[in-house]
Design a protein around this ligand. Structure first.
Ligand code: ASP
Length: 385
């Protein structure tokens, strides 16, 4: 197993205080008022007072509106968004092939950042970036997801809000275009954390999320991968073991920090090629593939889900960081290289803390990944830096 990682990054944070002073404006009026008063009769004075009052109220409203915008702007430097597109990168992708993936990652980062500018929310940023990646056929999530053993598509996703452990997850959904948004709906509009299968589809219909035909998700590339895997199985006579070792992990995920110091994490996947029996991976399991807590960090994982579940990988990173008080890089590296490595678990993760520090370790040949912070420029990677 190749031990590679691009582990620690830091997005500088700083707060510009951009609020203006309503008091200055009132003082200008107050200074002028006595001189005017002497020249006017009582009724004119009353009228003037009324105008002054209305003017002050209007000014106060305008200043308040400006302050809301200014506050949001002031918080922008804090925003950090990190994404991944799976740790199953094959060795030897050409620069052109890499560029194709990197362009989509960049666009997802820019989409997330644009949504943040409008909403100021880490959750919205995560949802927007993951949705963008779900819509791309390049990654194993939403359109372009891998096929189950009988050629179907079953999608898993989860989202978590670092503010108070609110979380939503869906597994085995078959007709929802953007499972991350369904997970968001579960979190916000149901009393539950996780919905599966037809029940999750049904909830999606009731919530008005976009429903599509299974054909929408299908791509020839994924069909070829399944055919190859089944062929390989016949040759190896390992029909019950479904070729996990040769799997290309293409799950997508995002972690984000907003100007209020709130963390969020989201992950979405088609799972593993040739999966069956209603298999669910780590992505949809809170604490295994997805986790966010403002007191520690936000984490999204990719790789051989069974190992991430066995080791509750995402929660382990958070616990090490919080309780052992080790740097985020060490916590993330330990889980990927030592904990998972000890069980031959392949994959990677992205993790972000509330200071804007993030880590992106992986123990595979590469991991599609990137980040965007204060300068608003996306940075993307496939192999080592
Ligand atoms: N972790 C995902 C799963 O096991 C697969 C992936 O990352 O591609 O379902």
């Amino acid at each position: 197993m190749q031990m590679t990682s691009l582990s620690l990054h830091f997005c500088a944070v700083g707060v510009a205080n951009c609020t203006s002073s309503r008091l200055d404006i009132l003082l200008v009026f107050a200074r002028g008022f006595p001189a005017v008063g002497k020249m006017m009769c009582k009724s004119v004075k009353a009228l003037f007072l009324l105008i002054l009052l209305c003017g002050s109220l209007a000014t106060a409203c305008a200043v308040r509106a400006a302050r809301v915008v200014a506050d949001r702007t002031a918080k922008l430097p804090h925003a950090v968004l990190v994404v991944h597109g799976g740790a199953g990168v094959e060795k030897g992708l050409t620069v052109r092939q890499q560029e194709e993936y990197r362009q989509v990652l960049s666009a997802a980062l820019l989409r997330g950042y644009a949504v943040f500018k409008r909403s100021g929310s880490s959750l919205a940023m995560v949802e927007a970036a993951v949705r963008y990646l779900e819509d791309s056929p390049l990654f194993n999530a939403g359109r372009g997801a891998v096929l189950t053993r009988d050629g179907k598509i079953e999608l898993d996703a989860a989202i978590m809000d670092g503010r108070g452990r609110a979380a939503g997850a869906v597994a085995g959904v078959t007709v929802v275009k953007n499972p991350i948004s369904l997970a968001m709906a579960v979190m916000r509009r149901s009393p539950h954390v996780m919905l599966i299968g037809e029940g999750a589809n049904q909830f999606g219909r009731e919530q008005g999320v976009e429903i599509v035909d299974q054909k929408y998700f299908w791509t020839q590339t994924r069909q070829n991968e399944l055919d190859k895997m089944l062929e390989q199985e016949k040759l190896n006579k390992q029909s019950n073991r479904s070729g996990f070792a040769a799997h290309k992990y293409g799950t997508v995920g995002a972690v984000a920090l907003d100007g209020s110091g709130n963390l969020a994490a989201g992950t979405s996947t088609g799972g593993l090629t040739g999966k069956r029996w209603g298999r669910v991976g780590d992505s949809a399991i809170i604490g295994s593939g997805t986790y966010a807590d403002n007191k520690s960090c936000a984490v999204s994982c990719t790789g051989q889900g069974e190992w991430f579940i066995r080791f509750t990988a995402a929660a382990d990173v958070a616990a090490r960081y919080r309780w052992q008080k080790v740097p985020l890089r060490d916590a993330a590296d330990t889980v990927i290289h030592k904990v998972l490595g000890s069980g031959h678990g392949e994959g990677g993760l992205i993790a972000l803390d509330r200071h804007g520090v993030f880590a992106m370790p992986f123990n595979t040949a590469g991991m599609f990944r990137g980040y965007i912070c204060a300068d608003g420029k996306p940075h993307t990677f496939v192999y080592d830096k």
